[in-house]
Design a protein around this ligand. Structure first.
Ligand code: C5J
Length: 227
């Protein structure tokens, strides 16, 4: 038997079954959040992303207690960069390109220290970690299979950055039929205005891509459902 819960959200509350809901934490990697990684090499102030850490920790604690599936993703490439499109490698004018040696190892390359998830949000044993070469978590990964095998119908999507990998994943998931709830305080961007606009885009037009809420409201829904 399943117990459905209701989470206060925009554009309207979302009712979900925690047993059929996964929390997906997008790319909370050292390469995006700590100095010396990919994010900083593109000229960004990486400290802005730290705002999402504590809300993600709180949400994860509640989700794990409720027995929900937790999935982590990492953006990065094979050491030979054979899965990195030239168009991605050559874009912009970064101080260090993908694959170049930086203070945390080779930028955005699997197996390097910068590619690791930040210690504050380390996965627990058994939580799937999806390595993705693109911005969306479905593209060229087995995320769809993992969700299907667990009977997942709703995603709570957190992480960085709001308007890039979180948004791309939400759009991919929406087209695959998943309900997506985005707790805004569990996401962050190098551009606060893009963060705000990204969240508004999700909930606008009657929830064109999904629902927007925050960690407190998700936790309140979970705790009301546990009584
Ligand atoms: C970016 C991401 N911003 N995880 N990646 O390149 O959002």
């Amino acid at each position: 038997m399943s117990t459905r819960i209701t989470v206060d959200a925009l554009p309207q509350p979302l009712t979900l079954d925690p047993a059929r809901t996964a929390v997906v934490i997008i790319d909370m990697q050292r390469d995006f959040i700590e100095p010396g990684g990919f994010g900083e090499s593109l000229g960004n102030d990486v400290s802005l992303l730290r705002a999402a850490i504590a809300p993600c920790q709180a949400l994860l604690a509640g989700a794990r207690q409720a027995g929900m599936l937790v999935i982590h993703t990492r953006e990065g490439h094979r050491p030979d960069l054979s899965d990195a499109p030239p168009a991605k490698l050559e874009r912009g004018a970064p101080s260090l390109r993908i694959g170049a040696a930086g203070p945390m190892g080779r930028i955005l390359v699997r197996g390097e220290p910068g590619h690791e998830l930040i210690p504050e949000l380390r996965p627990l044993d058994g939580e799937p970690v999806i390595d993705k070469p693109g911005k969306g978590a479905f593209y060229a990964t087995d995320l769809g299979a993992v969700l299907q095998h667990r009977g997942i119908e709703t995603l709570i999507v957190c992480g960085v950055t709001t308007e890039v990998c979180v948004h791309t994943t939400v759009r991919e998931a929406n087209d695959r039929g998943y309900r997506c709830l985005v707790p805004g305080d569990c996401c962050a961007s190098y551009f606060p205005e893009f963060h705000e606009a990204g969240l508004r885009m999700i909930a606008a037009q009657g929830g064109i891509f999904g629902w927007v809420s925050d960690s407190e409201r998700v936790l309140a829904g979970l705790s009301a459902g546990s009584h």
